[in-house]
Design a protein around this ligand. Sequence first.
Ligand code: BGC
Length: 335
Amino acid sequence: MRAYTLKNNNIEITFIERGGQITSIKVPDAKGNIEDVVVGYDSMDEILAGDGYFGALCGRYANRIVGGKFEIDGKKFQLDCNNETNHLHGGAEGFNSKNWAVSPIVLDKFVQAYQLSLTSEDGEEKYPGKLDVSVIYGLTADNQFVIEYEAETTKPTVINMTSHSYFNLRGAGKASAENHKLQLNASKYTPISAELGTTSGEIVPVKDTPFDFTSAKEVKVACKTDHEQINMVDGIDHNFVIDDFDGSVKLAGVLLDPESGRKIEVYTNQPGIQIYTGSHFDGSEIGKNGSPIKQTAGIAMETQIFPNSPNYAHFPNATLKPGEKYKHVCIYKFC
Ligand code: BGC
């Protein structure tokens, strides 16, 4: 398995060709102490045998599609369901499980960059259309890790890609991320329906709910609140609606570890961001630093359109047609 490294004077990012999985991001604090800030494993054997979503590129449709069903222009499609009754992260053999073709690319704005390419055949995971996907991983001199997605299709299809790192700014495996402070430019979120196992279709204000991160707040405050939506998924596993979405790249949120002072700003041109506190981590797997991976081992901040968008006309449009280009930008800026 080939591994690649992106480096500037401060940060070092390593990823592998399978799933474009980011396996480490080494970031200094203000005093120059370096920690690896993404949840994962210490060895390549463990990476290959372990959670295939850690740091991975997810697609064709990241997050859930209820019943794996959708319709485009009256034509019905049925994807496989790999998450109980739903389709999750592109199915059992999603983009996270594919070996991407990786090549270095020179672009003025980046100190270093790689292009990752993949062709997803017509009918793969039962999605319509052959999809050509390009993802650029670029690192700027001012510590922005930029992920630029592009895709084109031969037939109308649905697409929603994301990057699935769990961040722990204290250092993965060193402490829980529950004391991290999260701030989101999101005055609304999309609640979950227990019956559907994902978004109910509602878009509601965060005000007076544990999902109010409009001012910075410790993640554990929300996770420990007795609230139906929190109890349903044992923490946060929700999509937030980024304010004033207009398709331009905007600041979606900030994650800060008060103790180390490390901070990430997340920018995107997407309308949503899934915050996931890792409720399925039960400590049975050993991760970096020999530590069991437990809930809030890290916080995932996945820029995206909303879960199950293909089935809700009032959610963002997930359809990509021939002649159109899917363009998604996600920036993790380390401050
Ligand atoms: C989803 C979780 C899911 C996890 C799997 C996240 O993006 O929101 O519900 O369990 O991915 O790794």
